[in-house]
Write a protein that binds this ligand. Structure first.
Ligand SMILES: Nc1nc2c(c(=O)[nH]1)N[C@H]1C(S)=C(S)[C@@H](COP(=O)(O)O)O[C@H]1N2
Ligand SMILES: [Mo]
Length: 257
């Protein structure tokens, strides 16, 4: 699949073939209430991040509860084959801690209760997989930007990396990972979601925590997120292309839709 690149036209064709139902949901597209500005204090934000926050760019369309897909297709890993993860799941993820580190002033270690106590957002959005299907769901989670501000990004930080619990390729022992730039990280619809359709995030969809980065394709929506790191460069990480699929098949790092 090298040389494979995603563009709108290709994606449109793929959808036309495989996702007619999803497209009709798309056609019914009704913009719900406008996205409220995320509350930031000026403190601890670099100039670069301040600019991103002031002009967040395009918002992803949001949908109505009646648009929610009755069956949201799980894709990629649908669970985690790991004793540590199973123990966390057995305890209802009460002992789960999201680690936020790398190029930050104050590393964080946050339980689900801690995340619920931060700035949260609920949104109904469409997930577009590169394989040509789409589903709509309601997501609730902690906004990523304010968490990064709380941790205090160092000026050198340019990317946020998401490390997942699942071994996507047991043959080579590769865990899933993904990364985004700061404009997506501080976008007002970028969440670490712990609820899907008003229920705790199901196992198949990434329990206990997944990324929702709504202007990007499905493979950027990292599930089973355990650790986040702010970094200056993606080059030293794994295959150097910023994500499992980017490294292994040449999917584009910037999967904007
Ligand atoms: N950790 C992890 N995240 C992942 C994947 C995966 O295999 N492992 N698959 C990706 C792909 S290709 C898609 S389309 C979506 C699927 O999300 P869903 O299972 O909620 O439909 O998750 C993405 N995030
Ligand atoms: Mo996907």
């Amino acid at each position: 699949m090298s040389g494979f690149s995603i563009n709108r036209r290709w994606f449109g064709r793929a959808l036309a073939g495989a996702g007619a139902a999803a497209l009709s949901a798309c056609d019914r597209l009704n913009q719900s209430k406008p996205v409220k500005r995320v509350v930031y204090s000026a403190e601890g934000l670099t100039r670069r991040v301040q600019r991103l926050i002031l002009s967040p760019g395009q918002l992803a369309p949001e949908y109505q509860p009646s648009d929610i897909s009755p069956l949201f297709r799980p894709n990629g890993s649908i669970g985690v084959d790991d004793d540590g993860y199973r123990a966390l799941a057995a305890g209802g993820f009460e002992d789960f801690k999201l680690e936020v580190g790398g190029l930050v002033e104050r590393p964080l270690s946050l339980s689900l209760a801690d995340l619920r106590a931060r700035q949260t957002r609920t949104q109904i959005t469409r997930h577009d997989c590169v394989e040509g299907w789409s589903c709509i769901a309601k997501w609730k989670g902690a906004l990523l930007g304010p968490l990064l501000q709380e941790a205090g990004l160092k000026p050198a930080a340019k990317f946020i990396v998401f490390y997942c619990a699942d071994l996507i390729d047991p043959a080579v022992g590769a865990q899933y990972y993904e990364s985004i730039g700061l404009s997506d990280a501080f976008h007002p619809q970028t969440l670490l979601a712990y609820e899907m359709n008003d229920q705790p995030l199901p196992t198949a969809h990434g329990a206990p925590l997944r990324l929702r980065v709504e202007r990007q394709l499905g493979y950027k929506q990292a599930k089973y997120v355990m650790r986040i790191a702010a970094v200056e460069s993606l080059a030293p990480i794994r295959g150097g292309k910023g994500g499992y699929w980017e490294d292994s098949t040449g999917y584009e790092w910037y999967a904007g839709i």
